[in-house]
Design a protein. Structure first.
Length: 254
């Protein structure tokens, strides 16, 4: 692991254009946060075999968002993160990334990291091995086309297999699980999910938080979550990855 310091189509294009005009702002935010870069095969988060704890200090968390980009909710989350100068890592699905590449580009321009999450959110632990690796690879192609060269990957439903972890390592990838999961996708009231999330953060004291940027409830709870982290003295760490392995970026699987 390396440590570094540091809508409509027109509407989406405007978001990217504005972000491109403010590269200094993104760099200034990056400089305020500790950055951890995962090496190939360095799987982190959770307590599943094959994963290790991320090297976080007390009261350090990583914000991660799955299942986007979504044109209704992702821009609002990006706006809030930018205003608060808080970094995040987005694990995007290939299908919406192909449809909304400008949102992926905006996340990158805002200084966030972007990783893969398959193309179609298949439960890879239940899929035949060849289909699973194909879904991983095809999910990365539109992500790379949008400008995100990353070795970060998250299994849908956090559900993988030792064989797939070996395959990811062989292709220079790092799998990211989660330590804190408030289940924001369940459709409960934002206040209920937020209360659960606060309790988990206090109990753990540190860890990788998994949220979903395609959920309206997540949009609604995020301002209060960011305020809670500030008031409780938590720091948000940037989690980034090395450039993706050449074989995976080219679509080659075996």
């Amino acid at each position: 692991m390396r440590r570094r310091t540091g809508s409509s189509a027109l509407g989406l294009a405007a978001c990217v254009a504005i972000a491109a005009l403010l590269p200094g702002a993104a760099l200034a935010c990056e400089a305020r946060h500790r950055t951890l870069e995962l090496d190939p095969g360095q799987n982190v988060g959770g307590s599943t075999a094959g994963y290790a704890a991320l090297d976080l200090r007390d009261r350090e968390v990583v914000l991660t968002f799955d299942d986007g980009p979504n044109p209704e909710t992702t821009p609002r989350i990006l706006d809030m993160l930018s205003k608060a100068c808080v970094p995040a890592t987005f694990f995007v699905l290939g299908e919406p990334a192909e449809t909304y590449p400008l949102l992926v580009q905006r996340a990158l321009a805002d200084g966030h990291a972007v990783g893969g999450h398959t193309r179609s959110h298949t439960d890879l632990a239940e899929a035949p091995f060849s289909e699973a690796t194909r879904d991983i690879t095809s999910g990365f192609l539109p992500v790379a086309a949008a400008g995100a060269e990353s070795n970060l990957f998250r299994f849908p439903q956090l559900s993988g297999t030792p064989q797939l972890l070996d395959w990811l390592r062989e292709h220079g990838m790092a799998a990211v699980s989660a330590d804190i999961d408030p289940r924001d996708w369940e459709g409960q009231a934002p206040a209920v999910t937020l209360a659960r999330l606060k309790r988990q953060i206090r109990e753990k004291g540190r860890g990788i938080i998994i949220l979903h940027d395609d959920q309206l409830a997540t949009v609604q709870l995020l301002p209060d979550l960011l305020a809670f982290l500030r008031s409780e003295g938590y720091s948000v760490v940037r989690l980034v990855g090395a450039p993706a392995h050449r074989q995976l970026a080219s679509g080659e699987t075996r």
